[in-house]
Design a binder for this molecule. Structure first.
Ligand code: XIL
Length: 376
């Protein structure tokens, strides 16, 4: 009786499996029948490793395997939008906090440090095998009010700066691989508000900041960063001179960032950007493209033309970095138009990133992926 039962069960399992495979087959068959000849060619092509279907996969399988693809992270989007988080971990192998490791967040009062939001991003990066670029530690903008209004003397401000850098870099020791120590040092007069660091301490604050950061985490790679320095004008020269001075004085700097906030209505030379990066690399430094976004609001062409032109420009930005052996990352300043800082900053609607505001990949997304995977 028992024996017969077992055979019965076995028979019905086989029957079920057979029925299931029969009902599956037509589905596969049907979906193949719907493919266009072009799609069929792709589906029968040798299997591409799945990972190349993401930006990080393309970067890791491309000609410059150690070139990271990063994005700035908006903490509100991160906290409220699951789709945002999922694309972040899937597509990028580096993250940079857009704001939450800036001084006004981490050191909101003279006797308080707040790492709660930065810690969230570091934990996410760890869980998704991403590197973290921290910062900006010092910037003309977004300095906490208690510093601006404190009326501190030079030596008091130096003491505050040393404690701040030691505390923040120490907190993230071993967890943040690179720091933007000084941001936009050439923009000493942002929004008609002179840099308090320059005004009260003088330009030597830069040397000090790097030295304190290095002491707090000798393994972390320390960067300076600025915008509009990928051209051939005086700002690019000033940047080179400033960095060369740091190197000559033995300041512990490892790398130089090029923001590359671009605009399709303005000229951009890939070769010039490469040349500007290469000459800094020749000083023995690493370089990175740190804040790419590309405005379209100033062009009068059709939306489709603008998006195509934007895609080409994104590819040029990646190629400019790929041509420099010492260029180790391309970081985009966000990834979906839904959360870009540009509309608020410029006062105009725009679509400067690589996904649209409904998370559909734009031509720019494919351009970046192809550039990472295939090189120039
Ligand atoms: C911007 C952020 O994107 C905004 O959310 C914030 O309100 C202001 O700062 N150059 C930089 C970045 O170095 O830190 C700036 O980020 C954009 C310009």
């Amino acid at each position: 009786m028992k024996y017969k039962n077992r055979i019965g069960i076995l028979f019905s399992v086989i029957l079920t499996l057979f029925a299931a495979s029969c009902s599956l087959y037509p589905q596969i068959h049907e979906s193949q029948a719907q493919l266009t000849p072009e799609q069929l060619a792709i589906s029968t092509a040798p299997a591409i490793p799945l990972s190349t279907n993401t930006l990080r996969g393309a970067a890791e399988n491309g000609p410059r395997k150690n070139l990271a693809i990063g994005t700035a992270v908006d903490i509100d989007a991160f906290n409220t939008d699951a789709k945002y988080r999922s694309l972040l971990g899937q597509q990028f192998n580096m993250l940079v906090p857009e704001n939450v490791m800036k001084m006004y967040v981490t050191h909101p009062n003279i006797d308080t440090f707040d790492y709660s939001q930065g810690d969230q991003l570091v934990a996410f990066a760890k869980a998704h095998n991403m590197q973290v670029g921290g910062g900006a530690l010092l910037w003309t903008s977004e300095v906490p009010t208690w510093i601006i209004q404190g009326g501190y003397t030079k030596s008091e401000l130096l003491g505050i700066l040393r404690d701040y850098i030691t505390n923040v870099v120490g907190h993230y020791k071993g967890q943040v691989q690179s720091w933007e120590v000084v941001n936009e040092p050439l923009d000493t007069n942002e929004h008609n508000q002179p840099s308090i660091w320059d005004q009260v301490i003088g330009p030597e604050y830069i040397d000090d900041a790097f030295r304190w950061a290095h002491k707090a985490d000798p393994q972390a790679k320390l960067y300076i960063n600025d915008f509009g320095v990928e051209g051939s004008d005086t700002k690019a020269e000033q940047y080179y001179d400033l960095v060369q001075g740091l190197v000559t004085r033995g300041v512990p700097i490892d790398g130089v960032g090029f923001e590359e906030h671009l605009d399709i209505a303005l000229p951009y030379s890939q070769n010039q950007a490469t040349a500007d990066m290469e000459r800094l690399a020749q000083l023995g430094l690493q370089v990175q493209t740190t804040e790419v976004d590309i405005k379209i609001q100033n062009s009068t062409a059709s939306l489709q033309d603008n998006l195509n032109q934007q895609a080409q420009l994104y590819a040029s930005v990646v190629h400019a970095c790929q041509a420099v052996t010492a260029c180790n990352a391309v970081v985009i300043w966000g990834f979906t138009d839904r959360y870009s800082w540009i509309p608020a900053f410029t006062g105009h609607p725009d679509q400067p990133l690589i996904y649209d505001d409904e998370y559909r990949p734009k031509p720019a997304y494919n351009a970046v992926k192809n550039a990472l995977l295939h090189g120039a």
